[in-house]
Design a protein around this ligand. Structure first.
Ligand code: ARG
Length: 451
């Protein structure tokens, strides 16, 4: 494409080093859509005749079909998707193909393609996130009233329900959806017309091009538009955080599926065996999700690092934006799909969960609250209950079987009622707390929001 200035052909190693077609071919639909919009604006500017436009559009649609069908031969001599398509177009339609690149550079072209691709994938990932939320909601509904201990420091804290626990993840993913929608607004801006870095002396209707491509607006500084990769970094951060949430969910499930906890059972279809130990049923999906989160972080840091020392405007370093982006999207889509399926098939071992949640120590805070309601200041109540717990541990007697009145006269005859798990949970009615009716309300609320 630049043969005019060069006396030597590009070295083979440079071609290998610099090609991006092996991965940026996936931008072909976006590249073609961008080219058609660009060509239409050239008709308006009287740079192309209708006839030439039709040749270009038909040629590009033909190329798109061939790529769809796997019948297109990409070549690394043509470096990237932009040159592969343009060169093939000119081979197919002749002279009109050579006019397409007027008032355009690969710099604004790649920025346009990547934004279109990101927009499409934000929508795709958002749908996958909603599927995962639906799967979690299904389980939350099924186990809305199943007691389970809630933990801090991985030590049993207070009773909650499985429904409440799973809804915590629905909330996290809702924030992720919000973040993606917000990032989408910032990325849905058309850089086409920014040229190589300084726009063009040929005026095309940028607004028309943007509208055809579904952009909300156009960029207003050509230098920034060419070098801006903020929207990719932002998405990579959003993806990394989704990874964090998935990884925490995975960790919970790994614990729940251990013999030590025994709270949950994953289906055979979503676990794997051991080649040596016949008894094993391993939560590999959870472990892989936890592990792959590392790649999501790595991809973010890799692009931040690649961009941090770049002078304005385009530098070839920016070609390094695509592999991390594509890898994060592929990794995340698969992680979301497999987790959605796995959770839908997961069983909660309700009795084991309830037995663990029935430890009376989990209601020690409720006992202190009881004292507070009887006029004892919370700090003193905390100490009194602490003493009771110490006696329970020393005498190896469950807290609910102690004669608490011996410890303090503030413990009345109704103290025993505190240790009813059902009542204790039902008492947690303030907004956000895990009473079963709250959990059911939340499930309804989320179900409405997601559908
Ligand atoms: N394949 C290139 C990229 O992804 C396209 C832009 C090339 N521009 C250039 N001036 N060499 O960044």
């Amino acid at each position: 494409m630049w043969k005019g200035r060069f006396a030597q052909a590009t070295a083979d190693l440079v071609q290998q080093y610099g090609e991006s077609i092996s991965y940026d071919w996936r931008l072909y639909k976006h590249d073609i859509a961008g080219s058609i919009a660009h060509a239409r604006a050239q008709v308006k500017a009287k740079l192309l005749t209708e006839e030439e436009f039709n040749q270009i559009e038909t040629g590009l649609r033909g190329i798109e079909k061939d790529i769809d069908a796997g019948n297109f031969k990409f070549s690394i001599e043509l470096e990237d998707i932009h040159m592969n398509i343009e060169s093939e177009l000119t081979t197919r339609i002749g002279a009109a193909g050579g006019k397409l690149h007027t008032a355009r550079s690969r710099n604004d072209q790649v920025a346009t393609d990547t934004r279109l691709y990101c927009r499409e994938q934000v929508d795709n990932i958002s749908e996958h996130l909603k599927d995962l939320q639906r799967s979690l909601l299904g389980k939350a509904e099924q186990y809305a009233a199943a007691f389970i201990p809630g933990y801090t420091h991985l030590q049993r804290g207070q009773p909650v329900t499985v429904g409440h626990h799973l809804l915590a993840y629905v909330e996290m993913f809702a924030r992720d959806l919000d973040r993606l929608a917000d990032a989408r607004k910032r990325l849905n801006v058309s850089p086409l017309g920014s040229g190589a870095l300084a726009g063009s002396t040929i005026n095309l209707d940028r607004e028309q091009i943007a509208a055809e491509l579904g952009f909300d607006s156009i960029t207003t500084n050509s230098m920034d538009a060419i070098s801006d990769r903020d929207y990719i970094m932002e998405l990579l951060f959003d993806f990394a955080l989704i990874g964090t949430h998935l990884s925490r969910l995975s960790e919970d499930l790994i614990l729940w599926c251990s013999s030590e906890f025994g709270f949950a059972t994953l289906s055979d279809a979503h676990t794997t065996g051991s080649s040596l130990m016949p008894q094993k049923k391993n939560p590999d999906v959870c472990e892989l999700t936890r592990g792959k989160t590392g790649r999501l972080y790595g991809n973010l840091v890799s692009l931040l690092t690649a961009a941090k020392g770049l002078p304005l405007t385009y530098n070839r370093d920016l070609q390094e934006d695509k592999e991390p982006l594509f890898d994060s999207i592929d990794t995340l889509l698969l992680a979301l799909s497999v987790n959605t399926e796995m959770i839908a098939d997961m069983q909660i071992n309700v009795d084991t969960c309830k037995a663990a949640a029935s430890d009376p120590l989990l209601l020690a805070t409720d006992l202190a609250d009881y004292l507070v309601k009887n006029g004892v200041p919370f700090r003193s109540a905390h100490e009194l209950v602490g003493k009771a717990v110490a006696v329970s541990v020393q005498e190896n007697t469950p807290l609910d079987e102690l004669d608490l009145n011996k410890i303090s006269e503030h413990y009345g005859a109704d103290t025993k009622d505190i240790f009813n798990l059902q009542t204790a949970l039902e008492a947690r009615t303030n907004v956000g707390a895990p009473s079963i009716s709250n959990v059911q309300k939340q499930i309804k609320c989320w179900t409405k929001k997601i559908n």
